[in-house]
Design a protein around this ligand. Structure first.
Ligand code: FE2
Length: 281
């Protein structure tokens, strides 16, 4: 159980049942569960996990393509899973496996724009990784995964409570309002809270769950997200520059980074996100 749940005496399973009703949270694919279990075993090495991943060609290809994408910014290309796993290390392999698992577990509702959702998520991920490199390099990997998965509750909520949730989502898309500000008065919860309950049920590492749960927060109350994850939450679509001004101003004022450097990160993030999105669609 995450520390911030213990303090607030929250039972994530009960909260999810109350919000999702009959719609159970989907399980992750068996091969990913097996790899995650091995990865989290204190006596196992990252090499042990690579054998499990390599036994599934689809998973291997997806992992290698993601690692080799521009968004991951490795200095050299890797062509086998063992090399990739050793290069990335346990925590980054875990984050990547979770990203692939969430993608396969989330529902595909016919009237939910899945393409728009994953393209936007990929743009946020690539941009967050690059912003983290500028602002707080130690959190690059978690910033990438948290930005990619920050809105993972939205497709679940859309499927489970479509008649109530769809109008709120449409209101958000046609206005400047933050989604949480529309969800809270309507439901008494928001997609960041639901995402932390999902993260608990899916046994995410606490640091990743915090980064996802705090993506719209003010940084004063737990869960707290790295700045890059919060900055990219203002990005609402896969293209366009309408979010640049807000992010450029915040990064320049708070961190003293030149505006040209931030604009370059944002422009590259959009391009890298576009490439990354192909792996998720
Ligand atoms: Fe969000």
């Amino acid at each position: 159980m995450f520390g911030f749940f213990k303090k607030k005496k929250v039972d994530p399973r009960k909260e999810l049942v109350a919000v999702l009703g009959e719609r159970e949270l989907p399980s992750f694919p068996a091969i990913i569960m097996q790899a995650l279990a091995k990865l989290r075993h204190p006596d196992s090495a990252v090499r042990d996990v690579s054998h499990i991943i390599a036994s599934d060609p689809g998973l291997s290809v997806r992992l290698l393509k993601t690692v080799n994408s521009a968004a991951f910014a490795l200095r050299r290309k890797v062509d086998n899973v063992q090399q990739a796993s050793v290069l990335l290390g346990k925590s980054r392999v875990e984050s990547l496996l979770l990203s692939v698992a969430v993608k396969s577990a989330l529902p595909n509702e016919p009237d939910f724009d899945t393409v728009h959702f994953w393209r936007t998520s990929a743009r946020r991920a690539a941009t967050a990784r690059a912003l983290a490199q500028l602002l707080h390099p130690a959190t690059q990997a978690e910033s990438f995964s948290a930005a990619l998965l920050q809105d993972m509750a939205v497709p679940m909520l859309f499927q489970a409570r479509k008649s109530e949730y769809k109008p709120v989502l449409e209101h958000h898309r046609n206005s400047e309002h933050c989604l949480t500000h529309l969800e809270q008065p309507e439901f008494g919860w928001d997609h960041t809270e639901v995402a932390t309950w999902m993260a608990a049920e899916w046994s995410f590492p606490e640091v990743l769950a915090c980064a996802i749960g705090g993506h719209h927060g003010d940084g004063l109350v737990e869960p707290i997200a790295p700045p890059a994850v919060k900055l990219v939450s203002s990005i609402r679509d896969p293209a366009g520059e309408e979010y640049h001004d807000e992010i450029v101003t915040t990064v320049s004022e708070l961190y003293g980074v030149g505006t040209d450097a931030v604009v370059t990160v944002l422009t590259d993030g959009a391009e890298q996100g576009h490439q990354l999105a192909r792996l998720f669609l």
